[in-house]
Design a protein around this ligand. Structure first.
Ligand code: ITT
Length: 196
């Protein structure tokens, strides 16, 4: 099979697209946006798991283009909140209120119970319609205030070691993030299946 040089990313989130490009550019694969492919698509995420939702998004775009597609479904799971907001992370609150709302929910939670993780599932569908999914996880803790201006979403309140993800450079975040881990698994699979 011939090597994949270009993948369409089924996302309307510009930050996910940027991170996927940062990671895949190091691996020699170009990630093309839906806009560049003239596709408008925002399917309802009716799944109960990250994998189900990633597949819904990837399939919707693959059905339109017939090309190789990736979709990312991800979210923040907070142990003290029984895993919430989880698959509802995007819908938890408007973007500018996500961190403050979560900090408020966590205000009486002691240090020892502030553990949380980001989870990411990448669904990949090749140009023949075969699919596979890859997961990555980043474990840390919820801080007490927003810190840092990089990244997006919940990054300013998610501590990995003594820094939030929003205090890390893009390379630093990608090297430890849920998305970076899932993308590297996908790359390994592409290398094994399609060769260099
Ligand atoms: P698409 O479905 O169009 O890809 P979306 O933003 O709606 O974009 P999701 O349904 O997967 O994507 O929601 C994931 C949400 O989880 C995202 O909007 C962020 O709020 C949060 N999230 C995911 N990855 C994150 C990260 O690396 N840093 C901070 N927050 C993240």
């Amino acid at each position: 099979m011939s090597r994949i040089k270009e993948i369409v990313m089924a996302t309307n989130n510009a930050n996910k697209l940027r991170e996927a490009r940062e990671i895949f550019s190091l691996l020699g694969i170009e990630v093309v946006s839906m806009r560049e492919s003239d596709i408008e698509c925002d399917p309802e995420e009716t799944g109960e798991t990250f994998e189900e939702n990633a597949l819904i998004k990837a399939k919707a775009v693959h059905d339109i283009t017939g090309r190789a597609v990736i979709a990312d479904d991800s979210g923040l799971c907070v142990d003290a909140l029984g895993g919430r907001p989880g698959v509802y992370s995007a819908r938890y609150a408007p973007n500018e209120e996500k961190c403050s709302k979560l900090l408020d929910e966590m205000k009486n939670i002691p240090d020892c119970d502030r553990t949380a993780y980001f989870e990411c599932c990448i669904a990949f569908i090749d140009d023949k319609g075969e699919y596979k999914s890859f997961s990555g996880r980043c474990t840390g803790r919820i801080g007490y205030e927003e810190k840092g201006t990089n990244g997006f979403g919940y990054d300013p309140i998610f501590l990995y070691g003594d820094k939030t993800l929003a205090e890390m450079s893009p390379d630093e975040k990608n090297s430890i993030s849920h998305r970076g881990a899932a993308m590297r698994e996908l790359y390994k699979y592409l290398k094994e299946s399609y060769g260099e």
